[in-house]
Ligand binder design. Structure first.
Ligand code: GLA
Length: 714
């Protein structure tokens, strides 16, 4: 039988190295124990039901209790009882829609360099096998969970739902925190009590502005830096969901995976369909510990190895200065000033390609606009390279304007329903990337663009969500696979481009932070965090972003935009933008000597602290959500320095508010207690213990002021 494997969200990545001691022990006869640095997960084959059951994930001390019991590791709709929510739902050819599992085998295999527990169970009667995978990342207290379903029969089986993983919590009262948002207001933390019923966070149009990252804590446990936290995140960029189910006076069950709303899959004979990975974890280091673990996971497990450690360049982006009005002379003017102030890479944003006068035309035709660039792109790129700057460019490959050669030539390539108006958003439609011919077209156009020009940075935008996902000409069943096939081809396209052009940086953009997730970050190096560049809002957006993503993936731009009306200084804007990857978006050709000198000074400072900011461990000391201040601390992995980034917003009138009358000591974290440190702007030296227990006096008095302080080990 022909072997077909469809993996929803897998990467074309080679196997890594096997690390650490044995995190998984046991056999089917004894049950299995999965240990991370601070958590234990136990599974057994239930002798009565002959299915695999798991206990809740918890502290290592769980091993003091006898093993056994628990709930199904892969819950399915079983005729006799519906205690848990189904993770897998199928319809067999005769209309039967429940699954009765029976255990087949369990083994510890090495997958991508790490021991992985692989549990095979099958339906008692029908030719369906469900294999569950648990791949621990012990040093980060994370378990990757996913499943695949395999049809070993002769007829199609319809997959109506295939979630990645299930996690049970002990009986208790909980609150859950997730990151939600909308355009210009991304990654806002929201906390709610889990009451009986289901809380769902989800995406339905392939755009999120939030994240699937979540933390769950026992009610009343308020410390940010300590206490038990269950956490997780789904690795998928299309429609996803995470459900938190609570039964009255009973257990909490968390499930996550692809959102099968408006989707299903016909599993053909011999075919295997694999769900994307879901991360789950447990730590006693509070929400801070959960955030540090997940962002370290992105850094060490997802970011592509060749670019992982490489410092991200200081970028200039032309969008805020020129919008669509780009030409060789002005871009070169901007590049000269960019070079003068210390920028390393010049990025020409939207507007450069055929017919692109505004957002009503051009998307789809990825060749240069000859009226704007009569000498072609290479003339500009060569001049920019001669300045000593790398060159980058903007594309939005998944979209198409009706006013484009591509649309006119291939109206059938557009996602649409027949007999319905082809509704446009931002004057654009979506290309049906589920189609092979569309995939091949994009691979060729982008490969031509990248091979014919010395482009070192590609900003990949995605401004429209996926709606009206019709695929005229295909069967209704196949059309329901469109959203899934689209994502698979998007991953395939990015994977192939990465292989062909390994030196190119990829920036992930979706009208700001509309598609920020782990699988994009496996393929892209940097995220455009938000279209909102105001330095007050950015403190909130960036704080949310840094709850689950590493700072070396967070691009910011210092721009003239001042939507908030605060008239912030250039210095303040730079200090906010330095929290991640620094970029500039002003029309710098209009800057006088003073602004240029200040920018040069700030960029030089950024380059000096860049290894610690981009590569260090982040402690979010003061949340902007808690008052008028923000404080972040980045600690170099070798402990040699810490960088403090401190901000005031409004002034705190003495004793007037609770915040104003509260302590103004800034307690540092992550230092060596007995080492001695200097702190810029403070006299003398301090021990790490002093800085962490007594702390520094808050150095900012005035409104809208900020400081970057280097704390160096002696
Ligand atoms: C989106 C992006 C912006 C910019 C414009 C160009 O809105 O988020 O950064 O690239 O598109 O059209």
């Amino acid at each position: 039988m022909l072997k077909k494997i469809v993996c929803l969200g897998c990467a074309l990545l080679g196997a890594g190295m096997l690390r650490g001691a044995e995190p998984i022990t046991g056999t089917a006869a004894t049950g299995w124990e999965i240990r991370t640095a601070g958590s234990l997960y136990r599974l057994t084959v239930d002798p009565k039901d002959n299915i695999v059951k798991s206990e809740f994930l918890g502290p290592l001390s769980l091993d003091a209790r006898p093993a056994g019991g628990g709930l199904p590791e892969v819950p399915v709709p079983e005729g006799r009882r519906l205690i848990t929510r189904p993770q897998v739902e199928v319809t067999f050819p005769d209309g039967v829609r429940d699954v009765e599992l029976t255990f087949e085998s369990g083994e510890i295999r090495t997958i991508d360099g790490r021991p992985t527990l692989v549990i095979r169970q099958r339906d008692k009667v029908y030719p369906l096998r469900i294999t569950a995978y648990i791949r621990p990342v012990p040093e980060l207290d994370i378990l990757e969970k996913w499943v695949d379903v395999h049809n070993f029969g002769k007829k199609e089986i319809r997959v109506a739902n295939l979630l990645s993983g299930t996690l049970f919590l002990p009986r208790d009262q909980y609150k859950v925190t997730t990151l939600q948002g909308e355009w210009g207001d991304e990654f806002v933390p929201e906390t709610t009590t889990l009451t009986t019923g289901t809380k769902t966070i989800e995406v339905r149009d392939h755009k999120s502005y939030g994240s699937s990252f979540f933390t769950v804590r026992p009610q009343g446990d308020e410390s940010y830096t300590a206490g038990p936290v269950w956490f997780g995140m789904l690795l998928y960029s299309g429609n996803w969901r995470v459900d938190f189910h609570k039964r009255f006076s009973d257990f909490v069950e968390i499930q996550g995976g692809i959102n099968f709303w408006d989707a299903s899959w016909q599993l053909t004979p011999g075919e295997t369909l694999t769900a994307p990975k879901m991360l789950v974890g447990y730590t006693r280091s509070g929400e801070e510990g959960a955030s540090q673990r997940v962002s370290d996971y992105v850094r060490t497990e997802l970011l592509r190895p060749a670019k992982r450690e490489q410092p991200r360049p200081v970028v200039y982006n032309s969008w805020y200065a020129t919008t669509f009005d780009v030409n060789e002379t002005h871009q070169y003017e901007l590049a000269k000033v960019a070079k003068e102030i210390g920028v390393e890479l010049f990025m020409m944003d939207d507007g450069w390609f055929k017919g692109r006068l505004d957002d009503k035309a051009g998307l789809g035709d990825w060749t240069v606009d000859k009226t704007k660039f009569p000498n072609g792109l290479n003339s500009l790129i060569e001049k920019i390279n001669a300045l000593g700057l790398d060159f980058g460019i903007w594309v939005e490959p998944e979209m198409v304007n009706p006013n484009s050669d591509l649309y006119r030539a291939h109206p059938d390539w557009i996602v649409h329903y027949p007999n319905r108006d082809r509704g446009l958003y931002r004057h654009q439609s979506t290309l049906n990337l589920a189609r092979e011919d569309v995939y091949q077209y994009l691979l060729k156009s982008l490969s031509d663009l990248l091979s014919q020009h010395n482009i070192k940075y590609l900003k990949w935008d995605h401004n429209r969500g996926l709606s009206q996902p019709g695929w005229p000409g295909e069967t209704p069943q196949k059309q329901l696979e469109m959203r899934l096939r689209y994502m698979n081809n998007l991953y395939r396209l990015l994977d192939e481009l990465r292989v062909r052009f390994p030196d190119v940086w990829f920036e992930n953009c979706s009208s700001g932070g509309g598609r920020v997730d782990g699988e994009m970050l496996r393929r892209m190096d940097i995220n455009w965090t938000s279209d909102h560049t105001g330095a007050i809002s950015r403190q909130f957006i960036q704080y949310g972003y840094l709850a689950f993503m590493p700072a070396n993936t967070m691009l910011g731009l210092v721009t003239h935009e001042d939507y908030e009306g605060f008239e912030l200084s250039l210095d303040y804007k730079f200090n906010v933008t330095m929290q991640g990857v620094l970029g500039i978006g002003y029309d710098i050709s209009k800057w006088g000597p003073e602004d240029r000198a200040l920018a040069a000074e700030k960029i030089a400072l950024y380059k000096a602290i860049r290894p610690t900011v981009q590569g260090g461990k982040l402690y979010r000391l003061i949340s902007p959500y808690s008052g008028e201040r923000t404080a972040l601390e980045y600690v170099a992995r070798d402990g040699s320095e810490a960088v403090l980034m401190l901000y005031n917003r409004e002034v705190l009138l003495k004793e007037v508010t609770a915040e104003a009358s509260a302590s103004k000591k800034l307690l540092l974290r992550g230092l060596e207690p007995s080492a001695r440190y200097t702190a810029e702007g403070y006299e003398g030296t301090f021990t790490g213990a002093y800085l962490m227990e007594t702390g520094l006096d808050w150095p900012l008095g005035k409104a809208f002021t900020s400081r970057i302080i280097r704390v160096q080990r002696q």
